[in-house]
Design a protein around this ligand. Structure first.
Ligand code: CTP
Length: 405
């Protein structure tokens, strides 16, 4: 697994020697469009169907082939397996599938798969008779039983001139399946606010806070991996946009509210992870304020409470708030849960944890307490990515409970 605090999705694409190998170029492109970083390993026979240079140019990384090159410039197979968040074999030939089923390790791809601790996806591509053969079907069942995900082939005309099941799944559908970890939020629209807001004082100055957007972006990525259609409305953040998500960048609380109200009417879930500035300057000064007096007073007025305005709608989605507190965490969070009429609130301390790490704003780690109307769950300190996964699971569970009761 790559750095768990890094929101980039690292995909190791393993290309084996079938006619569909030419489609690997398109797979790389599509994955990159979703924000993924792709590295490629190919077998020697794959090179009969597509050039190494093409895949190297498209992925922007060297293409790996030979297990025994170890000159310090290239990653070795174990490093590659550790780097990957997901390994995709596409196209996967009957021969490679058989090797995997038997636990062989006689080339780079089979060795990598044996060493991997991330999820391996196999997208078979072969003649329909080879696909239907009991030997192949038994191997596929063996892989499935081991937790390897099979991206089932399509039916249709085949390169050999015959018709049947065995064509590599259409690239768009293949990539969508690869980028989905579970279906707990399949078909759901999730709107998430993230990051800080900036409230302008004059053309060069603003009021803001230390929020980095990490928690909101991590939640967006996990909601996407759980099958949701995700819309992120983000205040200024330096983070790369997570893969496969609709994005809208905003600056001020008012802009954030407008963008949220545009999206929430048909949303199933609203997660308010943004650190919205509570106040903004009452007046925007058109020209830069000059240092002419010893003191300066800026009158502030209240910003709209975006979350409260969403949760009070008659068709409000399942609403999740965040409570960043420096004291009386649970008590303050429960007051917000009730006052803002929320389904769930994720409460965290901002400051320094007992282990001396910075937690909360602008840090990679966090520990949270999650409150619903009837329950309190504590999640110990973990990376924001790991926490995001647990939070999304809990949201999905409580959303289901609410809608089944
Ligand atoms: N929130 C919001 N709009 C605001 C202020 C907060 O949508 N103008 C949302 C935040 O995204 C968060 C929740 O409300 O999900 C609670 O935010 P927090 O800043 O902890 O609480 P406040 O309501 O601002 O109260 P206080 O600052 O007094 O603790």
């Amino acid at each position: 697994m790559s750095n768990s605090n890094d929101l980039t999705l690292n995909i190791l694409l393993c290309v084996t020697g079938g006619i569909a190998a030419y489609k690997s170029a398109d797979i790389i492109r599509r994955l990159q469009e979703h924000g993924a970083v792709v590295r490629v390993v190919m077998t020697e026979s794959a090179e009969q169907f597509i050039g190494k240079v093409t895949l190297q140019a498209l992925s922007g990384h060297p293409v790996y082939q030979n297990m025994f090159i170890s000159d310090g410039r290239v990653m070795e197979h174990i490093d590659l397996a550790r780097w990957a968040d997901k390994i995709l074999l596409a196209p996967a030939t009957a021969n490679t599938i058989s090797k995997l089923a038997n636990g062989q390790a006689d080339d780079m791809i089979s060795t990598l798969c044996l060493a991997a601790d991330c999820t391996v996806y196999v997208a078979p591509s072969m003649n329909h008779a080879m696909w239907d053969n009991l030997a192949t079907q038994n191997n596929i069942e063996t892989l499935r039983a081991r937790g390897i995900k099979i991206i089932s082939p399509d039916s249709g005309d085949q390169a050999c001139g015959e018709t049947g099941e065995g064509r590599l799944k259409e690239t768009g559908a293949l990539v969508a399946e690869l980028l989905t970890d579970s279906t707990i939020l399949a078909g759901k629209k999730v709107v998430i606010t993230a990051g800080p807001t900036r409230e302008a004082i004059d053309p060069v100055r603003y009021i803001s806070n230390h929020s980095s957007g990490k928690m909101g972006y991590a939640l967006a990525q996990q909601a996407r991996l759980a099958g949701a259609k995700v819309h992120v409305i983000s205040g200024p953040s330096n983070l790369p946009q997570p893969a496969g998500i609709y994005f809208k960048n905003v600056t001020s609380a008012n802009e954030m509210q407008d963008a949220v109200l545009e999206q929430v009417n048909d949303a199933d879930i609203f997660i308010s992870a943004a650190a919205v500035a509570d106040y903004r300057p009452a007046e925007y000064i058109d020209n830069k304020i000059k240092k002419s007096s010893d003191t300066l007073e800026i009158k502030l007025i209240k910003n709209p409470d975006i979350l409260a305005n969403v949760s009070s709608k008659s068709n409000a989605p399942f609403c999740v708030g965040f409570a960043a507190e420096t004291q009386n965490l649970e008590e303050n969070a429960r007051i917000k849960l009730t006052n803002k009429n929320l389904d769930m609130i994720v409460a965290n301390y901002v400051g320094t944890s007992s282990s001396g790490n910075d937690i909360g704003f602008n840090s990679d780690k966090n520990s949270v307490t999650i409150l619903t109307k009837t329950n309190t769950v504590n999640f110990p300190e973990a990376s924001k990515n790991q926490l995001a996964k647990q939070i999304i699971n809990l949201i999905a569970e409580n959303y289901e409970k609410k809608h089944s009761s």
